[in-house]
Design a protein around this ligand. Structure first.
Ligand code: FES
Length: 161
């Protein structure tokens, strides 16, 4: 239900205000992240408070937060008004946690990669990057992944793996 024309923006106005392309807005709308209403001429009109949601999408994109996670967060936000300061605090804290988790994962990968430097074994069994936590161990010895792939079987590894 429209309240007043000032409470709504055309797609051109939203593009101008946010720098987000019309096609991206359509995409976000199809994903249920934002929504619009239709005027008498069937043109999209966005409630003004969608600008805040779009701002959150822009921030999430910058942080590398997957759209599925953004969608999950948006289900906790009010649909009929802009997110409040408290809403943003909650969302930013959750996303900070995700960034910290990602940083730890990258640090672990970096540590494992450091172990590979100068090694070159590329062992499906011994290399932590290829077989994290020996996840392939229960599937038997040898290059399980490549055998599953079917066509390529690397030379037998004579080192740790
Ligand atoms: S290449 Fe990763 S441990 Fe050898």
């Amino acid at each position: 239900m429209r309240t007043s024309p000032e409470d709504h923006l055309t797609i051109g106005e939203v593009v101008h205000r946010t720098g987000v392309s019309a096609s991206a807005l359509h995409f976000y709308e199809r994903k249920g992240l934002i929504f619009s209403e239709r005027d008498g001429g069937n043109q999209r009109l966005y409630p003004r408070h969608m600008l805040r949601r779009i701002s959150l999408i822009i921030v999430a994109k910058r942080l590398g937060i997957p759209l599925a996670d953004v969608a999950a967060v948006f289900t906790t936000l009010p649909g009929d008004r802009a997110p409040t300061h408290q809403d943003w605090q909650r969302v930013s804290l959750a996303w900070k946690g995700q960034l910290e988790e990602r940083r730890r994962a990258i640090e672990n990968l970096e540590h494992e990669l450091t172990g590979c430097i100068g090694c070159g074994c590329l062992s499906m069994k011994a290399c932590l990057l290829l077989n994290p936590d020996d996840a392939l161990g229960p599937q038997g010895p040898g290059p399980v992944r490549l055998q599953d792939g079917g066509s390529v079987r690397p030379p037998r590894h004579s080192g740790r793996g």
